[in-house]
Design a protein around this ligand. Structure first.
Ligand code: C3B
Length: 822
């Protein structure tokens, strides 16, 4: 370009002196605060602005590289992102944490207090959104140009408070304290159409074309948040779209005196990006949700086309500029939208457009749960997106011809593969659209990818076996080890060198240290310090006093029946009853820590939370179990709280019914921080156990195929209830009304278990208790436990999201990542 390069536009350097001066300048000049009167939040904002200069300078430079080199870029389309607080992560990635600590320390400000001020963007529900953010972090780290496209929800996932033992939802006003990390890109706005009808017209070459005449147009405005990489100059961009009214539209109505309609339209437009749907694996088929999905997907694809033009690329070679990943089916409408953009707006022939579309998209499936499968009533779909419905019919028509050739005379198969479900009411099937429009389809753990091919996507796997692949999830070691666990990070740095967060394969070199008594002692000290910090936080948030010496037994994740938090509770209550019966029962002191949000409309999940708190009310004040059992529900589990919890977990509860959890990522985070896992052969547990060794993992429970067989044979929970006296005693105790002060409170939970038990808790109960018994025994041998803990960390390197992203780059996106050092 010219002599003005971003690197010489940064105002200040990064010495402690420079940072302090910039911080004070920002406090006074940007925030208008006198240093003596500044609040902790002002300090946070001033520091964020200081660091942001360096982040944005990198982002701009990185972006320019992408334009100049015309590399294939990755677009990660995701309705959810959960980045967590940004500031500490940038300090780590920019290598200025120590200089910043010194800069602030010199004027009497404690960096940790400042960091604690940051609110996180809760723009996701759980695993899927957090994975998207880990992937943006890794994309930047392995030096791949990428944009994560999503929605700038004004209100993210609700804040959870516990009142009288119940979950109460509060509005997540994450933007109310200001958001220093985003840049509102005033020049980047896209128009998105909805409703109306289509009409044909003839272009000047005599071709029949289709024009979509919408009933409403909404504007999407881009807000960019740069995501830095570790040890790399590359930045990813999280580009989120906010919906706005298109003024010219309003004014037309306004000028005609229809003020009400003008106002209504403005409110409707702005409502689109107002709030995140708080269900993580339940499809409810709400019109606004479909509109949200189309809104951000259309903005993203239009933006990609703009960037193609900007870098001198060709629309007819769109797929050479972009690899587009569909994070579950939420953005699957993109398949039809890209077709529309290419055919209707850029005048490509259908077949050419279709070839580009298939080369562009790939699809990740994140769940096998039938209730998560997205499908839209054809009527509703056609009223919101009339042109897309026509395009989907066009795709389907050609696709089904292909199926007929491959499988003649197989109407049942045709009906299953069709993009339109016609068993009864008609629906558009988004997973089918995603499969047909993508060149690759992947699951998120080995077992999940196998089950996908055998169950929900079996017909597609039979048709196109070569499209199917597995990429096991990973997590970023920057946030979840280096930042979350500074004590462990210190040991790792000493043993492995400062660059370890950029190359987790080096963790293997810890193995011999598992046998070193001195190292084990240091390891225990780090872990105990983490537990002390968490204990203090638990007391602050819940008033419950817990003992850091006890075994911290942790289950933190969304509350779901399939994740079986209630199985964990059956164990807790069985221990309680055993001690009550026999005060000398050999029970090691444990602190059970639960955390996670329940979807507001999920009745049983909310009852399960109440069962945790009621168990805590009983157990925590009973002198008979004092010093032996404590039960905590840690409120408002989010990324920020997670960073305090994972490093303090001794035991990681991964106890979903086999075949239900696609991967899990909390399992990786805890094991990477030195927890041992108790778990079923589900999701990534299978691979974690293979990696850490069966002897360092507490396995229990039915396998996925045993589950299918048991269900097929007619599962009878009552037989387990009748034959196991401890199980019976525990369930009877819950049913007795001894918990929560209302005999009917947990009746729905008990009834669910005794009459149906869809997630087979009763079948797995005894095996779970036996595994917990083994946990207790190993805990009693502190050296053996510590060795196991060290070996867990040493062998978990492959669960870095850098490894996952390299696999996507190589096998799915066909882009070059920076090679790993090993
Ligand atoms: C989750 C799955 O439930 C987890 O097993 C998986 O680890 C993560 O995705 C990431 O792959 N998931 C989710 O959080 N939300 C959905 N709608 C579907 C899956």
């Amino acid at each position: 370009m010219n002599a003005i390069s971003p690197s010489n536009t940064i105002r200040t350097g990064t010495s402690a002196e420079n940072l302090r001066q910039a911080f004070l300048d920002n406090l006074v000049c940007a925030l208008g605060r006198l240093p003596n009167y500044a609040s902790a939040h002002d300090h946070y904002l001033a520091l964020a602005l200081t660091v942001r200069d360096h982040v944005v300078a990198r982002a701009v430079q990185s972006f320019e590289q992408g334009v100049v080199k015309m590399m294939r870029r990755v677009a990660y389309l995701s309705a959810e992102f959960l980045p967590g607080p940004h500031l500490a992560n940038h300090l780590l990635n920019l290598g200025i944490a120590e200089a910043t600590r010194e800069a602030l320390g010199g004027i009497g400000i404690d960096l940790d207090r400042v960091l604690a001020e940051e609110e996180e963007p809760g723009l996701g529900n759980g695993g899927l959104g957090r994975l998207a953010s880990c992937y943006l972090d890794s994309l930047a780290t392995v030096e791949v140009q990428s944009i994560g496209y999503g929605i700038r929800y004004e209100f993210g996932i609700f804040d959870q408070v516990i009142r009288d033992g119940w979950q109460v939802e509060g509005t997540d006003k994450w933007l109310s304290g200001g958001n220093p990390w985003e840049i509102h890109r005033l020049g980047i706005a896209k128009q998105v159409k909805f409703g109306g009808h289509t009409e044909t017209w003839t272009d000047d070459q005599g071709r029949t074309r289709v024009r979509w005449v919408p009933s409403i147009v909404i504007k999407g405005e881009a807000y960019d948040t740069p995501i830095t990489g570790y040890g790399s100059g590359t930045c990813s961009l999280m580009r989120l779209w906010k919906s706005e009214a298109v003024e010219s539209f309003d004014f037309e109505a306004f000028n005609h005196g229809d003020y009400d309609r003008a106002v209504e339209q403005k409110v409707d437009s702005e409502n689109l990006s107002k709030v995140l749907y708080p269900n993580d694996e339940l499809h409810r088929g709400k019109e606004l949700r479909l509109k949200q999905q189309f809104f951000f997907t259309s903005c993203a694809l239009q933006d990609m086309l703009r960037l193609v033009a900007m870098s001198g690329g060709k629309v007819a070679a769109f797929d050479e500029s972009w690899a587009v990943q569909l994070n579950d089916t939420h953005p699957a409408i993109g398949v039809a939208e890209l077709m529309r953009l290419l055919v209707d707006e850029h005048a490509l022939e259908w077949d050419d457009a279709w070839a580009i579309t298939q080369k562009t998209f790939s699809y990740t499936n994140h769940t096998l749960l039938p209730e998560a499968l997205e499908k839209w009533p054809v009527e509703l779909f056609g009223s919101v997106l009339p042109r897309h419905l026509e395009i989907i019919y066009g795709i389907n028509h050609r696709f089904l011809d292909e199926v007929r050739t491959a499988f003649p005379d197989d109407d049942a198969r045709l009906a299953r593969l069709s993009l339109i479900d016609e068993h009864g009411a008609r629906y558009v099937r988004m997973a089918n659209l995603a499969c047909v429009g993508s060149h690759k389809i992947n699951g998120v753990a080995a077992l999940h990818s196998e089950l996908l091919k055998k169950t929900v996507l079996a017909d597609f796997a039979a048709l196109w076996p070569e499209k199917f692949d597995n990429v096991t999830n990973g997590v970023t070691p920057r946030r979840f080890v280096a930042l979350a666990n500074p004590g462990l990070a210190g040991l790792l740095e000493r043993e492995l060198g400062a660059g370890w967060p950029g190359d987790l394969s080096c963790l293997g070199r810890l193995e011999p240290l598992a046998a070193d008594p001195g190292f084990r002692r240091e390891w225990r000290e780090v872990r105990l310090a983490n537990k002390r910090r968490l204990a203090a936080l638990i007391q602050e948030r819940t008033g419950i006093v817990v003992t850091p010496d006890s075994l911290f037994d942790v289950q933190v994740k969304r509350i779901h029946e399939y994740k079986r938090q209630h199985l964990n509770l059956l164990h807790v209550l069985s221990l309680y009853l055993s001690i009550k019966r026999d005060p000398d029962a050999g029970v090691v002191p444990r602190t059970f820590i639960f955390g996670g949000k329940a979807a507001p409309g999920y009745f049983l999940a909310k009852r399960i939370i109440r069962l945790v708190t009621a168990t805590g009310e009983l157990v925590n004040q009973d002198p008979d179990v004092a010093g032996r059992l404590k039960v905590v529900f840690f409120p408002d589990f989010n990324v920020k709280n997670a960073q305090h919890i994972y490093p303090a977990a001794d035991l990681s509860e991964q106890i979903s019914l086999a075949g239900m959890e696609a991967s899990g990522t909390g399992n990786m985070k805890m094991s990477l921080n030195g927890a041992l896992t108790i778990g079923t052969l589900d999701g990534a547990n299978v691979e974690i156990r293979d990696a850490v060794g069966a002897e360092n993992f507490f396995l229990f429970g039915l396998t996925a195929s045993e589950v299918s067989a048991l269900k097929a044979g007619g599962y009878q929970p009552q037989t387990y209830y009748e034959s196991d006296s401890l199980l019976r005693e525990t369930i009877d105790f819950i049913a007795s009304g001894a918990l929560g002060g209302d005999p009917d409170l947990f009746r729905p939970v008990v009834d669910n278990l005794l009459h149906g038990d869809p997630y087979l808790l009763l079948a797995d109960f005894r095996a779970y208790l036996d595994a917990q018994q083994r946990v207790g025994e190993l805990w009693g041998d502190s050296d053996a436990w510590t060795s196991s803990s060290i070996l867990n960390v040493a062998r978990m390197g492959r669960f870095s999201s850098d490894r996952s992203i390299r696999e996507y780059c190589e096998r799915i996106w066909n882009v070059n990542a920076k090679p790993s050092q090993t």
